[in-house]
Write a protein that binds this ligand. Structure first.
Ligand code: 6GU
Length: 410
């Protein structure tokens, strides 16, 4: 990937020589070029700013040096070729507090591009005509790190480059450490511990949670999942609540399932898969074969969303629907959805469709294929998945008596 950064403080970007990003540069995975905007001025004083038309505080960056700098970047980069062929023009990113929020999903999108350029503004901003000039020549995106104000775009470039570069193949050693992280899958990371198991911290003894020393991998996974859910609810209720805005689910509470939901989930899945068992003549269907322990274990292996009617009179609402999703183990490109269920008395109102969309929305940006499985005899399900854009794969599905369906992510 080629990266160009234009700034009046090129030294601000020197941290990009360090650590994994520096190594990626030395390994030839990142081809980073930093340009001094003042090199593109024509006056003796290398002036890059002037006072704003219409009055007001501060200074505005002049358009001409920016146009010259961008022209230089495009000419140099397009001629470079290099080990990796890239596009004729870069995708220009302009950091600023008025931009679209930079997210992990955007980092994944940018990581797929061959050439990014960054225009670091300072002062009150860059003359608006520079954006018009650039947009006639290349894709332009204004990005913001969050709702606060920095003095210039350089710190944001450090953040964006690090977030993007670490997603490139070969930059971070362990691919599994990428998919497991905070913000992938919509939940924050679980807490981590290392030796000593019992830390004598002055007068206080601080022990690592016993489950982590138990050697019971199922219990450890469940504990970690519960910690992620609890942390997300406490620190980022917006991430849990985001799910609740999906169309068709309004008026219902959507949450990520916890083990306390398992008994109701078990009852609902038995009610929902009973018809399939009757039609197929077999009760050896996983959702009918499970006991409470199996359902609890499933909560550790998948992100499961449950839908409840609103709580009333101190009583929790009724669990009326659920769906679950996960990255296919070992394959960050495939998102598996399953256990889509709607209480029999609420079927036919679009709730199932909304739940499927909810599960798909939980997929991280690495995902390019959605996968789902249903009983071969479940013609209604197959029809509904087809309407949602899935195609039936030929032959036997992943379980006896089942079919697999997939769709490309848009
Ligand atoms: Cl990307 N740039 C600047 N200058 N300030 C910011 C920002 C970016 N994100 C938040 N504040």
């Amino acid at each position: 990937m080629r990266l160009d950064v234009v700034s009046i403080f090129p030294e601000y970007l020197t941290p990009l020589d360090l650590s994994l990003i520096g190594k990626a540069r030395r390994d030839g995975l990142l081809d980073l070029h930093v340009h001094d905007l003042r090199a593109f001025t024509t006056d003796r004083h290398h002036t890059v700013d002037d006072s704003p038309f219409g009055g007001g505080a501060g200074m505005v960056m002049k358009p001409e040096p920016w146009a010259a700098a961008l022209e230089h970047v495009v000419a140099e980069g397009a001629g470079a070729g290099g080990a990796e062929p890239h596009a004729d023009v870069p995708h220009l990113l302009v950091p600023g507090p008025g931009g679209v929020p930079f997210t992990q999903a955007m980092a994944h999108q940018l990581a797929a591009e061959p050439w990014l350029a960054f225009a670091c503004g300072r002062y009150e901003g860059i003359d608006e005509r520079v954006y018009e000039h650039a947009a006639e020549r290349m894709p332009v995106t204004v990005v913001s790190l969050g709702d606060y104000v920095l003095n210039g775009g350089e710190v944001a470039v450090l953040a964006v480059v690090e977030a993007v570069a670490r997603l490139l193949p070969g930059v971070v050693g362990n691919a599994a450490s990428l998919v497991e992280e905070s913000h992938e899958g919509g939940l924050l990371e679980y807490p981590v511990y290392t030796r000593p198991a019992s830390w004598v911290d002055g007068d206080t003894v601080r022990d690592v949670p016993a489950v982590l020393l138990s050697g019971d991998h199922g219990a450890i996974e469940r504990w970690r999942h519960d910690e992620r859910v609890a942390r997300t609810a406490a620190r980022r209720p917006d991430l849990v609540a985001a799910a609740a805005t999906v169309g068709g689910l309004y008026d219902l509470d959507v949450t990520v399932a916890v083990p306390a939901d398992a008994p109701e989930l078990l009852v609902l899945q038995r009610a929902c898969w009973m018809p399939e068992g009757r039609v197929s003549g077999s009760w050896r269907i996983p959702p009918l074969d499970e006991e409470l322990d199996d359902v609890v274990r499933g909560l550790g292996e998948w992100t499961t969303w449950v839908v409840r009617t609103p709580a009333a009179g101190g009583a929790p609402g009724r669990l009326v629907g659920s769906v679950r999703g996960r990255l296919r183990p070992g394959d960050p490109h495939v998102w598996e959805s399953g256990r889509l269920m709607v209480a029999p008395d609420l079927q036919g109102r679009g709730l199932g469709r909304a739940l499927l969309e909810l599960a798909e929305a939980g997929a991280p940006a690495t995902v390019d294929t959605f996968w789902i499985n249903t009983g071969r005899v479940s013609e209604g399900n197959i029809r509904r998945y087809r309407r949602a854009g899935y195609r039936l794969l030929p032959g036997e599905g992943s379980f006896p008596g089942s079919v697999d369906l997939t769709k490309r992510r848009r």
